[in-house]
Each structure stands twice: as C-alpha cells, then as structure tokens.
Design a protein around this ligand. Structure first.
Ligand SMILES: [Mn+2]
Length: 496
C-alpha cells in the first residue's frame, strides 16, 4: 500500500481547514469522467458540511480568463496547467486538486499577493499523474481527510475513466490505496486475472470479442467468427440460468484462461517478435465491480460506468452525470447504514435519472455509429508512411477522439490514426485527436509528448496519454502538422 508523503498529507490538512473556514465556494471541474467524479466527491463533501457552493463543469479554454468571485474557488482535475489566478483579488482563496503537468512550482504559494493559493498535485511528490492517481483520486483523499471513506469507489470510477490502468491493466500506486479503501468497505470487488474486454456486464461475450481491435484478428468486427471461436473452445454462448447471451462477467476462470490463451496465440501470429512480451497485457487485466449495483447493468462495472459519464459530458449534460453520482452516493450511504430510516425513495429518483441517461447514451451511440459508418465506408481514411488520417467534417470536436478510436480497426491498425475537426461553430481552428494500438505505446512511443511538440511548433497546444491524445492548431496548419508528425514517427513504428 502506498502512503501519502508527509508534505502532501500536510497540504491535505491545510485544504481541509481551508474548506471548513470558507462558506461561499465555487468548484470548477473538467468535462470528462474524471472531472465529473472529482466534482461529485467535492460536492458531497461540501453538502455534508452544510456549505453553500456552486459547481461548473468546464473545458480548459474557459480557464484562460476565469473570474475569481467567490470566497474560495476550487479547481479539480484541471487548474495546474492554466493561469487560474490571473483575476484573483486581495482576499481570494484558491485550491487546486490536479494531476496534470503543473505550470507553477511547489513554492508558488509563497509568491502570491492574495490570501491563499493551495495546489495539491501528485507530480510535486514524485508520483506519476497518469498512472498513480487522477483528479478524482486526489479529491477522494480530501474526502478521506474528513472521514468520508465511502466516497472511495468514485475515486476508482475516476481512475478507470482516466485510463490510469492503461500501462499494466491494473490500478497501481495511490490508486491502489483507494482501491483498498473501497474494498474494505465492501463497495467494490477486484476481479484479478480477468479477460480484458470492454462491456463485461452489458454486452454479449461474442459482441464484446468482436470489438477487440488492438491487433486486427479474424474476430475483429466479425461476430460470426467470435461465435465460432467460443464454440471451438467449448464456451457456452447462452447462459442456461437466465437464458441470456453469456457475458464476460459470467465466465469461469477456466473459460477465461482458455479464451486468453487462444487470443494470445491469434495475436502472436500477427505481430513481430519484439512485441510478443506485451501480448498478455492486451488480453488480461483486473476488473472492478461495484458490489451494490445489479449484475448485467453498466453501473456494476467501473469501465462501463465511466463510459456513461463521458456520454453525458460529451452531450453537454454533465448535470445528469452529477445527479446519478449524487444519488448513488446516497444509496450506498443508505445501504451501509444500520438504521433504515431513510424516507426518501432513492431508487425511484435514481430510476428517473437512469432513464434520462439512457436517452442520452442512446443518441450518443447513434451519433457515433452514424459517423463511424460514414468514415469507414467512404474510404476517407488516408494513409501516409507513418500515420493515417481523416477529416471529421461536421463531427463535434468533443467526440472526434472517440470516433477515431473506433474507426482504427477499419483502417490500418499498425499506424496511429489522426482525426481533424473544427473546434466549434465559432472557432475555425482545428481540434486534432490521435488514437493507436496499445502495442505502440508498450514499445515506448508516447504520442501525447510527440503531438504536444508538433502542435507547439505550429503555434498550437497539445498533449495527453500515450495512446490517446490531442491538440489544437490554427486552421491553416493542417498539412504542416501531418508532414511534421509523419517525419517525427519515421523509423519508430515497427509493427510491420
Ligand atoms: Mn483527469
């Protein structure tokens, strides 16, 4: 178990005091699952303390000139990389809980000319902000300071949403400590040595298998081949107990093992020897289940839950995601308490929010499917030596990355795919998203760093994960961007 270094623990004690002594509070959090989770944890803390507060879920560009109008302004899952105190006045108090690379150093708080600046960033203490803890985890550690350990499961939801398990398939570092807290309270199960497939609660196994795309296999985008594979391994496709299609969460360890063995074999036929050592990480990992949630619902699986959170924010409905988390916190609180004197019908209220969420998720899936089909069918993916790209003409910039990830399997999986979209209706600049097979990252290529470098050289900005990242560039720099990326990657992709 990883413990908090004393200097970081001290900052948390200061943060607790800061909140206790403030009454008019504003929270800004990021527009993704991690940011929503962070916001939900902070809201819950403030509600329990009876504080007055407002919360706003924002994109990073909003922070360039953010007004500081409240007694205490809290930034979660963002803030470290933006000039958030530009408009601070004499008695402003600012608290930042962020895991992104910081602009200011750890001693910045001593140089300010206003009341309080407190930034808690794990990078200051030698932690890896992309694999050991995320925004939601940082906010949970604050909740823990108040004794609210029951919020730990949201720290895990945040970490999975942020792909903090990307490198090894399991949560490590401070995330592990949060995991232990959630497990201790009986809020979560860890499923070790699990088959690493998306949709383990809600998708039929053969469908989940057909989405395997880190390496193109006969089963990729082919449900018939997936069914044939299961038949060959003597794995049931129907569950005799409930007469539903078998899902990944139904599998015995023996069945998981034979499926993993077969996948490893299939993958090894497609890739050069130097990548062989990375194959197990593509097919095996840990899964996390929320024990208070019903089986076969997205709420039960951390990864599927995080997708639903993202669907809300990508459709500008963050309030639905926040409401669901708030009610789920209350529901867990109720289930954990001894006295059942709760008068409110939490399940009823939650059912209403879940209906709303289902509507959002449905139209989200439809929007994705429509665009994926359009790009896949129209031959609009253009290949260069070391990359492939498409124009996401008309695609909303906040989903173009998701779409890029999903069309990768329709193009050449051995090369990264880059998508372009207009930033917004009134901003003609280009939003760029890049996705690639995990194998390239395992081989040491960090696309987030590469894309940042190239975007900056063209007067833009960028960054992100090794396998999923993005950038913003001026609208007339598209060709330069492509050429520069293509050059930078020369000799680096050795999947052929
Ligand atoms: Mn984050």
């Amino acid at each position: 178990m990883t413990n908090l270094p004393p200097e970081m623990k001290e900052k948390y004690e200061e943060a607790k005091e800061l909140i206790e002594n403030s009454n008019d509070i504003k929270i800004y959090s990021h527009t993704d699952c991690d940011g929503i989770s962070s916001g939900a944890i902070l809201s819950s803390i403030l509600k329990r303390l009876g504080k007055e507060f407002e919360i706003e879920i924002v994109n990073l560009d909003v922070l360039e000139n953010i007004p500081i109008e409240h007694e205490l302004t809290i930034f979660s899952d963002l803030g470290s990389g933006q000039p958030v105190d530009k408009n601070a006045n004499n008695d402003s108090k600012i608290l930042i809980l962020d895991h992104h690379p910081p602009l200011r150093d750890v001693n910045y708080c001593n140089t300010i000319n206003y009341d309080t600046y407190l930034e808690i960033n794990p990078i200051f203490y030698g932690f890896d902000g992309s694999g050991e803890i995320c925004g939601g985890g940082l906010c949970y550690l604050l909740a823990k300071e108040f004794g609210y350990d029951d919020l730990s499961w949201i720290g895990i939801l945040a970490a999975i949403g942020d792909i903090q398990n990307g490198k090894t398939g399991r949560l490590e570092g401070l995330n592990r400590t949060i995991l232990d807290d959630a497990k201790e309270l009986g809020l979560l199960n860890i499923i070790e040595n699990d088959l690493s497939l998306y949709g383990r609660q809600t998708r039929p196994l053969f469908v989940a298998l057909s989405y395997f795309s880190d390496v193109e296999l006969p089963i990729t985008n082919n449900q018939n081949e997936s069914i044939a594979l299961l038949k060959k391994l003597n794995i049931n496709t129907r569950n005799p107990n409930n007469d539903m299609a078998v899902r990944a969460c139904d599998l015995s360890q023996d069945d998981k093992n034979s499926l993993m063995r077969e996948l490893v074999l299939m993958i090894s036929k497609q890739i050069p020897p130097r990548y062989m050592m990375h194959i197990p990480k593509l097919v095996m990992g840990e899964s996390y289940e929320f024990t208070n949630e019903e089986k076969y619902t997205f709420l039960r699986d951390a990864s599927e839950f995080s997708t639903a959170m993202n669907a809300c924010v990508r459709n500008n409905r963050p309030e639905v995601a926040l409401k669901l988390l708030d009610l789920t916190i209350k529901r867990n609180e109720y289930l954990m308490s001894e006295n059942n004197d709760f008068s409110m019908d939490i399940d009823g209220e939650r059912a209403v929010v879940l209906d709303e969420l289902e509507e959002i998720a449905k139209s989200h899936r439809y929007y994705l499917a429509k665009n994926i089909q359009m790009i896949g069918d129209s031959g609009s993916i253009i290949e260069k030596d070391n990359l492939q790209y498409f124009d996401g003409n008309g695609i909303r910039s906040n989903v173009v990355g998701t779409i890029a990830g999903m069309v990768l399997s329709k193009g050449n999986w051995r090369k990264p795919i880059i998508a372009f979209a207009k930033v917004s209706e009134d901003n003609e600049d280009l939003k760029i998203s890049l996705r690639c097979s995990k194998l390239l990252a395992y081989d040491g290529i960090h696309f987030g760093s590469i894309i940042r470098e190239v975007a900056q050289s063209l007067g833009g900005s960028g960054g992100g994960h090794d396998v999923a990242c993005g950038a913003y560039i001026p609208q007339d720099k598209k060709d330069e961007f492509l050429n520069s990326m293509n050059e930078k990657l020369e000799g680096k992709l050795v999947l052929e």
